[in-house]
Write a protein that binds this ligand. Sequence first.
Ligand code: NI
Length: 191
Amino acid sequence: MAVLPILHVGHPNLRLRARELSLEELHSGDIQRFIDDLVETMRHANGAGLAATQVDRPLRICALEVKDNPRYPYKPNIPLTVLVNPSLEPLSDARFDNEEGCLSVPNLRGRVSRFAELRVRALDRDGNEIDRVVRGITAGTYQHEVDHLDGLLFLDRVEDRTTLATWDQWKAHREAAFIETVREVVARYGS
Ligand code: NI
């Protein structure tokens, strides 16, 4: 396994729409090793998720995992999840304000409106079908990762640019209020 270099905002390949994989490709040693590397890279960087486009492989694969994450200590845990060829469908118009950061956008955070309830369809790394509902903060993390596969960064979705903050400034001025928002979202949606 290997820790892969992560592209930063400004690299044109972050803006590519990643392509679907066939089952045959997914089962290949190359792609299985790549998924191992993607997970290792995500963990090494303390990411809550990482998309293949962020490590310069324009394929529709992303990984998510939150386990008492030091970058996002308020985030509800998410077991290790690998999504291949994912599609997200909002289940209602309900939205919440998420405050996001990204390994490809060093030292910046901002407020993004996300759907609160999603149906997720994808394949897992073995090609088994995933069909599940995710809600709340976790739904925000899913939307952030799948956006990467469409060449989108959270920056593109920040409507109020006065919410942009370095991590230090975010901690000093925004974290306390956002932790209250997270509590409300978790109370309402369970995650
Ligand atoms: Ni990101």
